[in-house]
Ligand binder design. Structure first.
Ligand code: SF4
Length: 460
C-alpha cells in the first residue's frame, strides 16, 4: 500500500508521534464521531482508558495532554503553545468538548491507565466512552496509535491505516516493485513518488507542502541550537545543542582543523531537533517524532556542505531528497512498522536512518539501486535496536540516537555510492528481518520502559 509524502512527514508537537500525535488524533476523531452520530449534545461524561505501552510511558510522552487536546477538538497546527489548556482542565475539572460544550472532567478519574493490559491488536490502545446524564453509554470506540501519528479504529486495524488505498498511478508494495517501476519508466524513485503525489493534489500544492516540511525541519534545528536549560520531565537533562554549536563556531573562527568536524555538525543538528522534540516543540514526524532529528540533520548536511558535489541545484536536491525518503518510508509502513511500541527503536531511528541514507545517495548522484542499497545498509546496522526510554521520556537514549542515526545514514550512503548497487541483502529482506526481529522482541523493549536502559540507569 502506498503511503503519501504527507502521511510520512507531518508537522506535530513533541515528544512522541505514537504517544502524543496519535492519541490527539484519536480523541479528536472520536469527538467528531459523537457529532456525526448526533450524540454530542447529550454527552455529559467521557472516560478514556489507555492500555499497554501508552499507559506505561504515557505520562513522560505527554499522552494525557494529547488526549485533552484531542477532546477539545485541537489539531497539532492549531495549538497555541502559550495556552495552558491542560492546566486549566486540571484546575477547574471542566473540559470544553470540541471547544463547545463544557463537561466535568477530572484528569485522574476520567483518564484511566491500564498498564497491566495489552490489547491483542496493538500495544498502543485507547478506549473512549461517552455517557449521557443518566449514565447510559452513548458511544464506545477503541483506537490504536500504530506509529508515526497514524491511528486506526478497532475495525480498521487489520489494514494498519484508517483509510482505503490511495488512488495513485504507481502503487508499489515492495522495493523490488518500486525499482521495476523506475526501470520501466526510466525514472528515479523521487519522480515516481512525485507522480503519485501529483495524482492526489496539484503540483504547486505538493511543492509548497514539501518546502513547508523542509522549513519546519530547518526551523526546529535553528530553535534547538539557540535554546538552553533543563529538559522537562524530571530527568534533569541539560540541553546540549547550543553548547556544541558555540564550540563549533569557536573552532571555525580559530581555524582549528579537525578532519572529523562534519560528524560534529551532524551530531549538533540531530541533537538540536531531538531536544526541541523532547521539550514539546514543533517538529516534523520523520517518520516519527522520537526520530525527528535524523532526516533534518542529513538534509542540512546536504544543503550546507554536500550540495556543490551533487548533480542537482539545492532546490531540486531538497525536493529529491525528501521525496526519495518518503518512498522508502512508505515501504517500511506498508511492510513492517515505524512504531517503537511494536518493533522497538529499529522502527523509529532505524527507519529514519534508512530513509535518510537512501535519500542522500539519490541526491549525491546515486542510481536507484544505489539508493536502495544505502537504505538497506542503514537498516542492516540498526537491526535489533530496542526502545527503552529512561523514565518514559523521549530523551535518553533517544536524543543521542538521532545524532547517531544521522551519522550512520551519511556513512551508509557513502558505502553504497562506492558500489554498484548490487548487494547480497536487498532492502525488502532487511525490512522483513526488521519486522521479524520486532515481533520476537520482548515487550520490555517496546516503549514500555520495563527493560534495557530504562531499568539499569538510576534516575534519582
Ligand atoms: S528509544 Fe527510540 S523508539 Fe524508543 S522512544 Fe526513544 S527514539 Fe523512540
Amino acid at each position: 500500500m502506498y503511503y503519501s509524502f504527507f502521511e510520512i512527514f507531518s508537522i506535530g508537537v513533541g515528544p512522541s508521534s505514537s504517544h502524543t500525535v496519535g492519541p490527539m488524533r484519536a480523541a479528536k476523531r472520536y469527538v467528531d464521531n459523537l457529532h456525526e452520530k448526533g450524540l454530542f449534545d447529550g454527552t455529559e461524561k467521557i472516560n478514556v482508558t489507555i492500555y499497554g505501552s501508552l499507559a506505561l510511558t504515557g505520562f513522560g510522552h505527554g499522552t494525557v495532554k494529547a488526549i485533552v487536546y484531542g477532546l477539545m477538538g485541537l489539531v497539532a497546527d492549531a495549538i497555541n503553545p502559550e495556552m495552558p489548556y491542560v492546566n486549566s482542565v486540571d484546575r477547574d475539572k471542566i473540559l470544553h468538548l470540541a471547544q463547545e460544550k463544557p463537561i466535568e472532567f477530572d484528569l485522574e478519574k476520567n483518564i484511566i491507565m491500564r498498564k497491566d493490559i495489552f490489547l491483542p491488536e496493538h500495544s498502543n490502545g485507547m478506549k473512549f466512552e461517552a455517557y449521557d446524564k443518566d449514565g447510559k453509554l452513548l458511544l464506545e470506540e477503541i483506537y490504536f496509535s500504530v506509529g508515526g501519528g497514524t491511528i486506526a479504529r478497532q475495525d480498521e486495524v487489520h489494514r494498519r491505516v484508517g483509510r482505503e488505498p490511495l488512488k495513485v498511478p504507481h502503487d508499489f508494495n515492495s522495493a523490488k516493485e518500486l525499482l521495476e517501476i523506475c526501470e520501466k519508466e526510466n525514472k528515479d524513485i523521487s519522480d515516481i513518488i512525485l507522480e503519485n503525489e501529483c495524482a492526489l493534489m496539484p503540483y504547486e500544492e505538493v511543492k509548497a507542502g514539501i518546502f513547508k516540511i523542509r522549513d519546519v525541519m530547518q526551523n526546529s534545528i535553528d530553535r534547538g541550537m539557540k535554546a538552553s536549560g533543563i529538559l522537562p520531565g524530571g530527568l534533569n537533562l541539560p540541553r546540549k545543542a547550543k553548547d556544541i554549536y558555540e564550540r563549533l563556531e569557536e573552532k571555525f573562527k580559530s581555524n582549528d582543523y579537525d578532519p572529523l568536524l562534519m560528524i560534529d555538525w551532524l551530531n549538533l543538528w540531530g541533537f538540536a531537533v531531538a531536544e526541541e522534540n523532547a521539550a514539546g516543540g514543533q517538529v516534523v514526524t520523520a517518520p516519527t517524532m522520537g526520530s525527528a532529528g535524523v532526516i533534518p540533520s542529513v538534509l542540512r548536511y546536504y544543503e550546507r556542505f554536500a550540495a556543490p558535489k551533487s548533480p542537482y541545484t539545492v532546490e531540486e536536491g531538497v525536493i529529491k531528497l525528501l521525496l526519495t525518503a518518503s518512498g522508502i518510508g512508505s515501504l517500511y509502513r506498508s511492510n513492517a512498522s515505524i512504531s517503537g511500541a511494536e518493533v522497538g527503536c529499529q522502527g523509529e531511528i532505524g527507519v529514519a536512518c534508512s530513509m535518510a541514507a537512501g535519500a542522500l545517495a539519490a541526491v549525491m548522484g546515486g542510481n536507484n539501486k544505489q539508493a536502495e542499497n544505502a537504505a538497506e545498509i542503514a537498516m542492516e546496522h540498526n537491526l535489533g535496536l530496542t526502545c527503552d526510554p529512561i523514565a518514559g521520556l523521549v530523551q535518553a537514549p533517544c536524543i543521542e540516537r538521532n545524532a547517531m542515526g544521522a551519522v550512520k545514514a551519511v556513512n551508509s550512503a557513502r558505502i553504497a555510492l562506492k558500489g554498484t548497487g548490487n548487494n547480497i541483502i536487498s532492502l525488502d529482506s532487511v525490512i522483513k528481518t526488521m519486522l521479524n526481529t520486532g515481533m520476537d522482541m520482548n515487550n520490555k523493549y517496546k516503549e514500555t520502559s520495563l527493560g534495557g536502559l530504562a531499568v539499569n540507569v538510576a534516575t534519582c
